[in-house]
Structures are given as structure tokens and as C-alpha cells.
Design a protein. Structure first.
Length: 210
């Protein structure tokens, strides 16, 4: 579970592990299922049996024959100074102002840090960036962090640590069991700061009854 919202996060080169996440995603050769959730929100049902995901809202990054990956978007951990973040990455940050929200992305590999952002800053990125349907992207490109600090980055962004993952067929089983609802994603539901109400507002978007 995450700490309190007001907890301030100190990010260093040790805790911010920049690795080739796209290699871990390994865009599968298998075609996506016809009801792929990529680019949408998974909303935990009120009857969610896994306490780790109770009242979670997850933005789905990939969902194909190899499984599924997403990041939780309603569990803030605090904020990090952009100056500290750049210093932790070995970049000059002492003259930089501003802060970036830090979020718990899920129970898998919590030492991995990513930037989830709108894709309007995609020209700042390289092969370390995964574009997602719906106009968003997930990046481990240091250039994106530098662009955010310089005021030329994506319009909306958040840093997430960890992610949620499912093996082949696992998410389909959970969906059939009605552990999750699938609802459309938009800027407010992903990046909006009203975290306490995000789950209930996402539930209001459901198109079918539980």
C-alpha cells in the first residue's frame, strides 16, 4: 500500500531505476483479444477480492495474447522536486523549479520509475517510450523529464513506480468474474488530482450493471 498523499518522495539515482521497460513489455507477436483493454481504464469492482487492488483505477498500457500491463492512477505518494529528480539522474537541476506528482503504479517492480504523459511531447522521446491508444504514452526517456523541467514537455504527466501485470488469459478470467469494469479513459480520469473521488467517478461511467 502507498503512504499518505502528503508524503514527499526523495528520488535518487538508486531509487529511480531507468531500464528498458519496453523490452520487458515485449510487444507480443500474438494478436490482441477482440476486447483488449489497452488505452482504457480498469476499475476495481466493489466486490474486488484482491485487497491490493481495492478501489483502484488502472490505466491499461498493453493487453494482448502475452498478457496485460497497466498502472494505477489514483494512489498518489506525494511529489518530487524536478531539481532533485534531475540531480538524481545525474543531470544539472539546481536552477530548475517545479514539482512532479509521484504515484504508486502497482505491486510489480516498485523500484522502476516511469513517466506517464500525454503524447503531445512524443517528439521529445525515443525508443524508451511506449505509445498507447488514446493519446497517452509511458516513457523512461530522460529527455522527457528534462523537457518537463524546461517547460517544453508533454501537457500532462505523472511519475509512477511499479505496475500491475497479468499473464496470458489471466485478465480475461478476472473480467469474466466481474472483478473489473472497463470504462473510457480521458485526461481528467488519468491525470486529474481529485484522487479520493476518482474511483467512484469511474464507476459512474460503467455501461453495464454488476
Amino acid at each position: 500500500m502507498v503512504g499518505q498523499r502528503n508524503r514527499r518522495c526523495s528520488v535518487t539515482a538508486v531509487t529511480l531505476v531507468i531500464v528498458l521497460f519496453l523490452g520487458r513489455v515485449g510487444l507480443a507477436d500474438e494478436p490482441p483479444p477482440p476486447d483488449s483493454t489497452a488505452g482504457q481504464l480498469l476499475v476495481a469492482a466493489p466486490t474486488m477480492p484482491d485487497v491490493r487492488f481495492a478501489k483502484s483505477v488502472i490505466y491499461m498500457l498493453t493487453h494482448d495474447g502475452a498478457g496485460a500491463l497497466g498502472v494505477i492512477v489514483n494512489r498518489p505518494m506525494g511529489e518530487v522536486s524536478l531539481a532533485d529528480l534531475l540531480d538524481g539522474l545525474g543531470l544539472q537541476g539546481e536552477a530548475v523549479e517545479g514539482r512532479l506528482g509521484v504515484h504508486y503504479g502497482g505491486p510489480v517492480e516498485n523500484d522502476l520509475g516511469f513517466v506517464l504523459h500525454t503524447d503531445d511531447g512524443a517528439d521529445q522521446a525515443d525508443e524508451f517510450t511506449l505509445g498507447v491508444a488514446g493519446g497517452f504514452a509511458l516513457s523512461q526517456d530522460v529527455a522527457v523529464v528534462r523537457a518537463i523541467a524546461g517547460g517544453t514537455g508533454p501537457r500532462l504527466s505523472m511519475m509512477v513506480f511499479g505496475y500491475a501485470g497479468w499473464g496470458p488469459g489471466q485478465l480475461e478470467t478476472e473480467l469474466q468474474r466481474h472483478d473489473w469494469l472497463v470504462v473510457p479513459a480521458d485526461d481528467d480520469m488519468v491525470f486529474g488530482a481529485e484522487y479520493d473521488s476518482k474511483w467512484s467517478r469511474a464507476l459512474d461511467r460503467r455501461s453495464v450493471d454488476l
